[in-house]
Write a protein that binds this ligand. Structure first.
Ligand code: AMP
Length: 403
């Protein structure tokens, strides 16, 4: 596991701490409609407050134009929600980059960091200003860890001490357990629309896992590569060769990529089109494959039952249309019933998990869409890398102090 400085390692008494959280929450008519992300941060805030810190909170919300205030992207509803949860006034600070007057044990929320010019460009000057606001910088926002921005990366160059918050550490621990130190057999499911958007993940996982279940539009490209008729199904002609190579490589690595034996087809891509179950060899030129069939589901369920670690990203079919949701539903149920350590992430996967009501049956649901996928790809996340550098510097400083 990565070495990072944690809140518990530090003496925060009387210190000003800048915490980067992820308060990118859904808001309607000025009210937060899902406070899951806000509630998730409360233990971090309580821990820092109990340690005697003054807290400056920084987050982005949506994608506003840099340099322009826009009420639609204001964090005011988040400040209100935080005040309610913490039962203290959490003021929203509009102009904060040049300094904030704070009292002991206070919590303030800075207005949307993406209103600041330079945030998304990881501008050094903005990062320096943020670093100077605090004595300790804590990054607790895993979902933004794949982006090198001023509040997720640059600031760590200028803050005296940079540490990782508990939410970020939990997420890293869960992902590391699943991917870097998995209990085997390790099984991954990569579904969704296109091979092209998940090519690196497929490459990385095919070298690492014991079984790789490909699903959704992705499997159609693999079926084509294996010589099957896929009719009008979504597939990527220019990636058939790649799919073929991946299957060969996987086989050479002892990784199994099972292909469906039966599928559910429609004639049109819509909610009304009748669903017809067919053996894979019976797919016709005007068919669209939109789900796996029941026999395939049974076969996949057996594999899932034998796995000890399961990593899941992407649906097995067009699960938004009821008649093509059985494959993803059956998969979700099998994962829910399995005793394996299971980890899932990505927007559509989380939607499927909540549609099939298995939230509490997955060992860990990753909060980070892009960051989760990049971790699966085996990439180093820039926000984590800089915290590791900071931890090495901090350790050296502590050692020197002990001498
Ligand atoms: P992604 O964002 O890559 O995870 O893709 C998720 C989307 O893929 C969902 O909206 C699904 O409806 C879609 N999808 C899954 N299976 C298929 C399929 N066989 N044909 C077309 N789209 C699909």
């Amino acid at each position: 596991m990565t070495i990072l400085v944690k809140i518990a390692d530090l003496d925060l008494s009387g210190k000003t701490v800048l915490i980067r959280e992820d308060y990118n929450v859904p808001i309607k008519d000025g009210v937060v409609t899902s406070d899951v992300r806000i509630r998730a941060t409360l233990p971090t805030l309580t821990q820092a407050l109990e340690a005697g810190a003054k807290i400056i909170l920084v987050s982005h919300l949506g994608r506003p134009v840099a340099g322009e205030y826009d009420e639609a992207f204001s964090l005011a509803p988040v400040a209100k929600s935080l005040s309610d949860f913490l039962e203290i006034d959490v003021p929203l600070i509009k102009d904060w980059t040049n300094g904030i007057d704070m009292t002991d044990h206070q919590v303030v929320l800075c207005e949307n960091v993406r209103f600041e010019k330079g945030e998304t460009k990881n501008d050094d000057e903005l990062a320096r200003k943020m670093g100077q606001l605090c004595q300790v910088y804590i990054n607790d926002a895993f979902a933004t860890a794949h982006r090198a921005q001023a509040s997720t990366h640059g600031v760590a160059k200028y803050a005296a001490i940079s540490a990782a918050g508990p939410l970020l550490i939990n997420e890293l621990k869960a992902l590391t357990k699943a991917l870097r130190e998995p209990a085997t057999p390790l099984l991954a499911i990569v579904g969704g629309a296109k091979v092209s958007s998940k090519l690196t993940i497929l490459e990385t996982l095919s070298e690492k896992v014991d079984q790789l279940i490909v699903g959704g539009g992705i499997v159609n490209t693999f079926l084509k590569a294996a010589g099957y008729e896929v009719g009008k199904s979504l597939y990527e002609a220019d990636l058939v060769e790649v799919a073929s190579r991946l299957m060969k490589q996987a086989e050479a690595n002892g990784c199994e990529i099972p292909l469906p034996i039966d599928v559910i087809c429609g004639k049109e891509f819509d909610e009304e089109t009748p669903a017809v179950t067919k053996a894979i060899s019976d797919v016709e030129a005007d068919d669209m494959i939109m789900d796996v069939g029941p026999e395939t589901s049974q076969q996949l369920n057996k594999m899932i039952a034998q796995a000890n670690t399961i990593v899941w990203n992407g649906p097995l079919g067009v699960f938004e249309f009821e008649q093509f949701s059985q494959g993803t539903r059956s998969l979700a149920k099998a994962i829910a019933e399995s005793s394996a350590y299971s980890i899932a992430g990505g927007g559509d996967t989380i939607a499927a998990i909540s549609k099939f009501n298995i939230e509490d049956k997955i060992s860990y649901i990753s909060t980070g869409g892009g960051a989760f996928l990049e971790f699966l790809e085996g990439k180093k996340l820039p926000a984590i890398e800089i915290l590791e550098e900071a931890a090495r510097a901090w350790e050296a400083m502590e050692r020197a102090r002990e001498l």
